[in-house]
Design a protein around this ligand. Sequence first.
Ligand code: ZN
Length: 313
Amino acid sequence: MPISPENHVLISEVGPRDGLQSVPRTMATAHKLRWITALYDAGLREIEVGSFVPASYLPQMADTAEMVKHATTLPGLTVMALVPNRRGAQRALEAGVHKLSLPVSASAAHSLANVRKTREEMIEEVRAIAALRRHLAPDVGVEVGISTAFGCTLQGHVPEDEVMWLAEQCMEAGADEAGLSDTAGYANPAQVRRLFRRLRAEIGNKAGAAHMHNTRGLGLANCLAAYEEGVRTFDASLGGLGGCPYAPGASGNVVTEDLVFMFEAMGVNTGVDLPRLFAARVPLHAGLPDEPLYGMTPEAGLPKNFVRGSQHA
Ligand code: ZN
């Protein structure tokens, strides 16, 4: 993602994918559609609406093509979907997505558990998907998310040199951008600054999103650290829904509501309306009434007479 002006960030909502895939129950299609509309109405302009994986593997994602069909009718919205392989990419391109997101694990152990492929095999998958995109839909973006970039529940430490090697290989294979994902919620702000600084040195403005989880309460701190290194795209999930079924205990994306509040309070423009964002919890709760929703800002409400950037001047 090219560097946005200093006071703008793009919040990429991943709840309908990262959130819902970690919830064992399946949210009904009609509820999902209402939720995506509510996220759009709040001002979110990039939404990962689902993933193209076999329905036998993640039944929660079986209606992703319907999500894409609906979301692509919303003007100005970038519609993303996760694809683990070329078959998924083919389905996503046929459905009409604007952007493909490919998870590539920095951890050798997580790669085998998550997509049953080695990292080298995944680089070849990126190459095949980039070629397919060029052939079928050259305007569609291909973003790699380097998962377990900050540590892995299966393997533990993930060497930073291997993260950089993988990012560089994915770019060479034809990806447009590569971001870093804290799949396991292991990252700390010093590490985030170090890795994103290295990533930007390695691949310049093709450095993509920061995808942080709040597993140990450091999600916002890690996003701020990434912001200070020049990152301008942040993945987040409404109500903090999310995790990874193959990284046990790694639940909870950064809460969109809290992240938007942090940036807006600082005077950094997200384009998102906070009261409308809080209202987007209603269709999510209606579709998954038993699922806990997180977030400090929606619980506490906005500060009295809240004015965007008031704590900044
Ligand atoms: Zn995630």
